[in-house]
Design a protein around this ligand. Sequence first.
Ligand SMILES: *Cc1c(COP(=O)(O)O)cnc(C)c1O
Length: 223
Amino acid sequence: MSKLRENIEAVRARLRLAADRSGQNHVQLVAVTKTVPVATIGEAIQLGLTSLGENRLQEALPKVEMYPAVDWHFIGRLQTNKVKDVVGRFNLIHSLDRWKLAEALHKQAEELDKPVSVLVQVNIAGESQKGGLPPAQLQEFLREAAALPGLRVEGLMTVPPYEEDAERVRPYFREMNRLFHSFHIPGVKMNILSMGMTHDFIVAVEEGANLVRIGSAIFGERI
Ligand SMILES: *Cc1c(COP(=O)(O)O)cnc(C)c1O
């Protein structure tokens, strides 16, 4: 069995166990292909991966062009002037983190006459170097975003602090899940809670994540 196939099967098995433990019947796997060569991506698609994520637009564009049938997710910081390259190519943008970007996405969506699906990124631990809205601003932001018809808010996303011991990020995931269930705003759907990466996805799923973004556990360590 190829290493890639072995990795995918191992991740799927661990994911299933964690989902069972948390009482969820489906957790979506988005395989993160940043730095992964196109040939390997082709192999991964053949092995059954259907949803792929990229965090840098320049790197992502040729991959999207090569594999247009994939369910592509944009998971990285997005500059306002790059919005036109993202809308229409990616099915879900995980990183809406400021009003200017919301407006730009809305405008582009209107132009294409097709709403753009987004997750609002939350800076759950208040880390200065990281993107995401402070939890205290979420309510107001979601209300205002709901008034932009080009924008379809589908849920929340976070990247918590890195901790060697993933147990230590559990409180952040738990707080995200609480937030996820606390908003009831017309026009805002809370369907997707995107959290959990290679080193912490088990804990994230146990705390309610229904979409995980996994790179190195599938494709190997990035160098
Ligand atoms: C790279 C990346 C991931 C995947 O990270 P791994 O630790 O390799 O699983 C997930 N989410 C975001 C936003 C990323 O940039």
